[in-house]
Design a protein around this ligand. Structure first.
Ligand SMILES: NC(=O)c1ccc[n+]([C@@H]2O[C@H](COP(=O)([O-])OP(=O)(O)OC[C@H]3O[C@@H](n4cnc5c(N)ncnc54)[C@H](O)[C@@H]3O)[C@@H](O)[C@H]2O)c1
Length: 467
């Protein structure tokens, strides 16, 4: 993607503007993670790509953090309508390549909210166009995409962010301080679980095809995935419908086979329940326990079909000892499976969460924050000083980074290895083998067929090299 000669000028202006503001104000607004009184004309100009699903809400968060929404892109005019109505002044596109080409230096930053299989293409194209980039989790669908994306991010040197639940706000920081202080003793085991999927998994492809609505560009939606006919609705009696009906909160809006939302269960487009929720749940653990790449990954699952993630799985990751920390086993459960409850704990576990098992105690961590399972430990925890800086979280941190502040907590240097851990678990699910991982060589050393899942071919003329 060609770089606009005018682009650097505008970015330097933005960074200089925030730097100048910092010298005039005692507490610069950017430190608080939002634009404060910055005039609209000086706020970073943001383009949203994939704006009809979660993107609609996340663009509003980004606007509140200080970005101006100047351009929008979506392949589905009807599904994106609410975003188009919310920002009528934004220039509209269907093809992200046209957006990047046409917007040039009118855009400083790009948000990507498309399904998993197009993240890498869009993010890399935006980085190569010199834009700051924020992408929804999981950052990529394959390990290879992540490696290429990281190289592009390092070369571009722009502000990046992935939208995993942050490890930098009050609750994960408190967890981190407690673990650093040895509150639980040595932690050798962590269990993480989710109630996902709330979309169909474990099925085969429905036969036939449906007409593509004029409002949808199906080929652009498919992007680099193998071509397949558009299928709008499940045939009557298909067992995927029963799964959808089991999740009445979702079925009213998300009842299509692939689009919107239900791409998640299909390996060509999504990453299953682990890929969907793993980055959120792994982020605080990887940070607090200073985890690098796993040594070994093994999975057990309900029936594995070639095309979709299973209904439920348990994935076990083994990590080596790190400086002063013992080896740790991390066990992931999805599809409603959960770890055994801690001895003496008779309350139900939350629908999603983490259980840290230390030599001297256990801790539950869920969306409500960390909870110690013994009053004695809870009393000790109160005396542990707060030492780590608290940051504003996903949107404010990216705003800070785009305006000359420090990198966001889930910048791509962090987000790529985090996503990679998650994605390796899916390969253990798909192969059913215990896999030994060599991160430097980017290969499994004990089961060659598994390596085919690390890098999958791009189709329909797309390639990461020409992104
Ligand atoms: N907390 C979070 O960060 C969070 C929450 C939910 C979803 N997600 C992630 O967001 C992504 C999208 O999930 P969703 O539920 O919003 O999906 P969705 O299918 O509901 O919405 C995706 C949107 O992207 C559009 N789109 C698809 N391909 C496109 C392309 N090539 N160019 C432009 N637009 C395109 C679709 O038309 C749709 O409007 C997934 O990767 C998911 O994991 C993140």
């Amino acid at each position: 993607m060609p770089r606009s000669p005018h682009h650097l000028g505008r970015r330097r202006f933005l960074q200089t503007a925030s730097g100048a503001a910092a010298t005039l104000m005692i507490v610069p607004a950017t430190v608080l993670g939002h634009a404060g009184a910055t005039p609209a004309s000086q706020r970073p100009a943001l383009a949203g790509i994939g704006v009809g699903g979660v993107g609609f809400g996340q663009l509003q968060e980004l606007e509140a953090a200080g970005f101006q929404i100047v351009a929008l892109c979506d392949v589905d005019d009807v599904f994106a309508r609410k975003a188009y109505d919310r920002w009528p002044q934004a220039r509209k596109y269907r093809d992200f390549r046209e957006l990047l080409q046409a917007e040039g230096n009118r855009v400083d930053a790009v948000y990507c909210g498309t399904p998993d299989h197009t993240h890498a293409l869009i993010v890399i194209a935006a980085l190569r166009s010199g834009k700051h980039v924020c992408c929804v989790k999981p950052l990529t669908r394959t390990v290879h995409e992540g490696r290429v994306l990281l190289a592009a991010a390092r070369q571009a040197g722009r502000a990046t962010q992935m939208t995993a639940a942050p490890h930098s706000t009050e609750e994960p920081r408190r967890l981190n301080e407690w673990l650093d202080a040895g509150l639980l003793g040595a932690v050798r085991e962590v269990h993480l679980w989710t109630n996902r999927p709330v979309w169909p998994q474990g099925m085969l492809r429905p036969p036939g095809d449906d007409p593509v609505p004029a409002s949808l560009d199906w080929n652009l939606w498919l992007g680099p995935a193998p071509a397949r006919p558009f299928k709008d609705r499940w045939p009557a009696g298909h067992y995927a419908l029963a799964q959808l009906k089991a999740n009445p909160d979702w079925i009213a809006q998300y009842n299509g086979v692939y689009h919107p939302f239900n791409f998640r269960g299909w390996w060509d487009f999504g990453t299953g329940a682990l890929g969907d929720m793993g980055c959120h749940h792994f982020n605080p653990v990887v940070r607090a326990l200073k985890l690098g790449p796993p040594l070994r990954i093994e999975a057990t699952a309900t029936k594995v079909t070639p095309e979709t993630a299973p209904l439920a799985s348990i994935v076990t990751y083994d990590f080596a000892a790190r400086a002063g920390l013992p080896p740790v086993r991390l066990v992931w459960y999805d599809g409603g499976l959960q770890p055994p409850r801690p001895h003496g704990w008779d309350q139900p576990l939350p629908e999603e969460g983490a259980l840290y098992v230390g030599d001297q105690g256990q801790l539950l961590y869920s969306w409500g924050g960390p909870k110690l399972l013994s009053p004695t430990l809870a009393a000790k925890a109160r005396d542990i000083p707060k030492t780590l800086p608290r940051r504003p979280g996903t949107w404010g941190e990216w705003y800070q980074a785009c305006t000359g502040g420090e990198p966001a907590c889930c910048a791509f240097d962090w987000a790529v290895p985090l996503t990679e851990i998650v994605l390796l678990g899916n390969i253990a699910v798909r192969t059913g083998k215990s896999l030994d991982w060599d991160p430097a060589a980017m290969k499994f050393t004990n089961h060659a067929p598994a390596n085919a899942f690390l890098k999958e071919p791009y189709h329909n003329g797309w390639s990461l090299e020409s992104a």
